[in-house]
Design a protein around this ligand. Structure first.
Ligand code: PMP
Length: 276
């Protein structure tokens, strides 16, 4: 496997991350996961725009221009002959003696990128999944795609421990998102999802769903849903770069709709497949 390390391509075992890398010690960094379909990086510009935004929010100075990063990521796909799969990209604030305050300007951020193998979520996409309600106890800047994923990891495991595929996070009864997915519900033919504010990550797939709704005469409303309303959902689904659109058929003990993927969900799945 070829790995991008700053602006060099190396074999995986040649890349050494320092014990004082701030990503390792503080989670002081950001990342993106992008999907490769047929050797093309899907929504590459959108992912890079979010990467730039996350970096700016954390005051991490990107050491390369967006154009250069784009060129290097495309080269990574080539060097790995990656037909189908994903690429993981992260940048940390850099390596410096352990200290909470930002290091000196002379410390450069560390960029790495490497391919992830293709996940095949087709069973989930066809049959749907169960979600487990978990209280959202993350920090209040969930809009930044930072390396601090500890609560996301814990929530996901809590779901798995209860034979559920994904956690459905709620803050005082307001549904926010999944541990690594955005959440949507259909009620009376309209699609609802949490507004893109500091409480969720504004998913690139979420943005594609919005475009698909606009282009196909479907209504998507960005409005908070509450856990009290779960029984009134006709359909529900989650989205992410790796899962695309996965129907939700049960949340805790509540069966959603008929307990199988809903019509609007299936229509969006079809439209999404046509996009990619
Ligand atoms: N929310 C969270 C917390 C996530 O980690 C992810 C996956 N990166 C998403 C939503 C979905 O985002 P995207 O569609 O950009 O993969």
């Amino acid at each position: 496997m070829k790995v991008l390390y700053n602006n060099q391509f190396k074999n995986r075992d040649e890349v050494v991350i320092d014990i004082e890398d701030r990503g390792y010690q503080f989670g002081d960094g950001i990342y993106e996961v992008m999907r490769v379909y047929n050797r093309n990086v899907f929504t590459l510009d959108e992912h890079l725009a979010r990467f730039v935004r996350s970096a700016a929010e954390l005051k991490i100075q990107l050491p390369y221009s967006v154009e250069d990063i784009k060129t290097m990521l495309l080269e990574l796909v080539e060097q790995n002959h990656l037909e189908e799969g994903s690429i993981y990209v992260q940048i940390t604030r850099g390596t410096s003696m352990r200290n909470h305050s930002f290091p000196a300007q002379s410390v450069s951020p560390v960029l790495i990128a490497y391919p992830l193998p293709k996940k095949n979520p087709s069973q989930e996409q066809q049959q749907g999944i169960k979600m487990k309600l978990v209280e959202d106890m993350r920090w209040l800047r969930c809009d930044i795609k930072s390396l601090n994923l500890l609560y996301n990891v814990m929530a996901k495991q809590e779901a798995l421990d209860h034979q559920c595929y994904e956690a459905l996070l709620h803050r005082n009864g307001t549904i926010t998102e999944g541990s690594s997915t955005n959440f949507f519900a259909v009620k009376d033919g309209k699609l609802y999802t949490h507004p893109a504010n500091n409480l969720i990550l504004n998913g690139i797939t979420r943005l594609e769903i919005r475009k698909l709704c606009e282009a196909n005469d479907m209504t998507m409303i960005e409005k908070e849903l509450t856990i009290n309303g779960i029984e009134s959902f006709d359909e529900a689904f989650i989205t992410s770069t790796t899962l695309e659109i996965v129907p939700v058929t049960q949340i805790d003990d509540t069966v959603i709709g008929q307990g199988e993927p809903g019509e609007m969900t299936k229509r969006l799945q079809m439209l999404f497949q046509a996009l990619i």
